[in-house]
Design a protein. Structure first.
Length: 282
């Protein structure tokens, strides 16, 4: 009987040892799983945004009132196992936080430091799937940035302002996800030339200490449709959980020193959060 030569005929055959094949297969599987996770995350976020936009549209009266909908969850099979994917991408404004959901959750709690919220209530307010929000709460609780307690079957959470980084974190979030960002986004409406925050929030952005004010004063400069202004105020109020006090002035009156309110605003700290001319030239 002829004996088989165990020596590989080609050098490339060395790479086909069982252990090398297993290692290559494992790496390929991990790479595929990561790709699928990223794809699924993008699809899930698109579904969430579409659902939120649909609910907002219906709630404004352009159709029947929205019905309670169940949370959708995307699952994709990979090698016989299923990956449950409900994770958002990193926030575009400040890629320091783990996700947009985490930053918005922290901003809400730090904006209302004296209040406790149920997990379900927060999920509804922020438009985040309950399972996603629960994971973010667990991480923040473990980091000591929030405090939680159980009341019956409910879990109540609030910001832990005693944490050493709470003050600095609040300032960071107020600039990137707080009133300054939200007002600038929501009031960038047709006809608006400038959007200005004045009053207590402007003083806070100028460095005045103290708890977050419970309402915000906003001046819109330009020729705008009142309905657009009120809808923008409703959206900002829903995102921030604080009242929005509105003032509208034409460009001419904003430049008129005889306008008593304009003179008062200009003599105190104020913050321009939207400028149509700068946006056009950007």
């Amino acid at each position: 009987m002829t004996k088989l030569d165990p020596t590989p005929r080609y050098a490339a055959d060395q790479d086909r040892k069982p252990e090398n094949v297993i290692q290559s297969t494992t790496m390929a599987t991990k790479g595929l799983a990561c790709t699928v996770c990223r794809l699924a995350s993008s699809v899930t976020e698109a579904i969430d945004r579409a659902r939120q936009a649909d609910v907002r549209w219906l709630s404004l009266g352009y159709g029947e009132q929205p019905r309670k909908r169940s949370v959708m969850q995307l699952t994709i099979p990979v090698n016989g196992r299923y990956l449950s994917v409900m994770r958002s991408d990193g926030p575009a404004l400040l890629p320091v936080f783990r996700s947009q959901h985490q930053a918005e959750l922290l901003m809400w709690l730090l904006l209302h430091p004296d209040q406790e919220y149920g997990v379900s209530e927060l999920a509804e307010r922020l438009g985040v799937p309950l399972s996603t929000l629960h994971r973010e709460i667990v991480r923040l609780d473990q980091a000591g940035l929030i405090a939680s307690r159980t009341q019956g079957r409910n879990r109540l959470v609030r910001a832990d302002t005693s944490h050493p980084s709470a003050s600095a974190l609040t300032q960071l979030l107020e600039v990137t996800f707080g009133p300054k960002a939200v007002i600038g986004e929501e009031f960038a409406i047709d006809g608006a030339q400038q959007v200005v925050i004045f009053g207590p929030w402007a003083a806070r952005y100028a460095g005045e200490a103290g708890p977050p004010p419970r309402d915000i004063d906003v001046l819109i400069v330009g020729k705008v449709d009142r309905a657009d202004v009120y809808e923008a105020a409703d959206r900002a109020r829903a995102r921030l959980g604080i009242e929005v006090n509105l003032v509208v002035r034409t460009v001419q009156r904003w430049d008129d020193p005889s306008d008593a309110l304009v003179a008062q605003i200009k003599s105190s700290p104020f913050t321009v959060v939207f400028d149509a001319d700068k946006k056009a030239t950007a």
